[in-house]
Design a protein around this ligand. Structure first.
Ligand SMILES: C[S@@+](CC[C@H](N)C(=O)[O-])C[C@H]1O[C@@H](n2cnc3c(N)ncnc32)[C@H](O)[C@@H]1O
Length: 311
């Protein structure tokens, strides 16, 4: 696989989950390298429409010409948290037949050292999906309070050695700013107990994940796009979300459960005001990749797909 490729995960289950109508309108809120988009577009007729969104300018610039030349397709550089606004601007409110969000980072983002996402490749410590906005990981680490950093490492990385790692980062930044991924990886490696260093998994895995989630506001983005999904989907429209760690999956699961249940005070009542009616219906249970997919694509190992339908 070249560094510009990304193999879409759970492709079959996503296409089934979207229940694609040939003349439908679909939104891929995490376009990446267009793996899901390309297959959705193949299933649409000339009346169908597909909108791709990505906050990463490299994703937009790398979109295949077969997609960008297609009149049924539009690619937007933006945030999925702006979903409702982007859809309203196109007068498509409540006309969307399906939404797919394949969260997290793409393989090219991880593979290209200059993006600063990977502890395996030395590069500038950036980690922004959109390098034109927000704060780089290096600047963030230079200024974040130690207590806050501990919270972030625990919450977003589920890192058990959060205090040691945060202390080591705060000690190191006094000497010189932590400017490269290699520097950060080495600081973490030296901070954790020897038994953690001996494990197969790189000791900086969770720290990198936690900092990436924090500086890209990934959980805030997820909360916003979930809330807005019910406003843009038409009745019977489908929501598909693939998440890669338990925090995200818990948020998606809770959102679908809360949005698909009747408020207690109206349970069993003959009538209910419209605004209290459940807006979603869960479709099946969580879907994970089969052995064949996890063997051929490592990223698929932690992928969890949840599907819901707008009522
Ligand atoms: C896992 S990749 C998606 C891969 C894509 N499904 C494919 O098959 O090629 C995630 C992509 O979504 C983008 N992304 C993540 N969160 C986003 C958000 N809140 N708004 C817009 N783009 C986002 C990332 O920049 C990345 O390119």
């Amino acid at each position: 696989m070249s560094s510009n490729e990304h193999v879409p995960v759970l492709l079959g289950p996503v296409l089934d989950g979207l229940d694609i109508k040939k003349d439908g309108c679909y939104v891929d809120g995490t376009f990446g390298r267009g793996g899901h988009s390309g297959e959705i577009l193949k299933r649409l007729n000339s009346d169908g429409r597909l909108i791709g969104i990505d906050r990463d300018p490299d994703a937009i610039a790398s979109a295949p010409q077969s997609l960008t030349d297609d009149p049924r397709f539009e690619l937007i550089r933006g945030e999925s948290a702006q979903l409702k606004k982007l859809i309203e601007e196109r007068h498509l409110n409540k006309q969307v037949d399906g939404l797919i969000f394949d969260l997290g980072v793409s393989s090219p983002q991880l593979d290209e050292a200059h993006r600063g996402f990977s502890f395996l490749r030395d590069g500038p410590l950036d980690m922004r999906m959109d390098p034109d906005s927000g704060t780089s990981a290096s600047d963030f680490l230079q200024h974040v309070e130690q207590k806050k950093l501990i919270r972030i490492l625990r919450q977003f990385g589920e890192e058990t050695h959060a205090s040691r790692i945060a202390r080591a980062i705060c000690d190191a930044r006094v000497v010189a700013p932590i400017a490269s991924t290699g520097q950060l990886a080495a600081i973490v490696e030296n901070a954790v107990p020897a038994k953690v260093r001996a494990q197969k998994k790189h000791p900086a895995t969770k720290t990198f994940q936690a900092i990436r989630i924090a500086i890209n506001g990934e959980l805030e983005q997820l909360e916003a796009l979930l809330n807005q999904s019910v406003d843009v989907l038409k009745e019977g429209g489908r929501l598909c979300v693939i998440s890669f760690h338990s925090l995200e999956d818990r948020m998606v699961k809770r959102f679908i459960r809360n949005t698909s249940s009747e408020p207690e005070q109206y349970r069993g009542m003959p009538t209910m005001p419209d605004e209290f009616r459940p807006k979603l219906k869960a479709i099946g249970k969580v879907i994970v990749a089969n052995d064949e997919e996890t063997t051929s694509n490592r990223r698929a190992r932690s992928a969890r797909l949840r599907i819901a339908e707008r009522t």
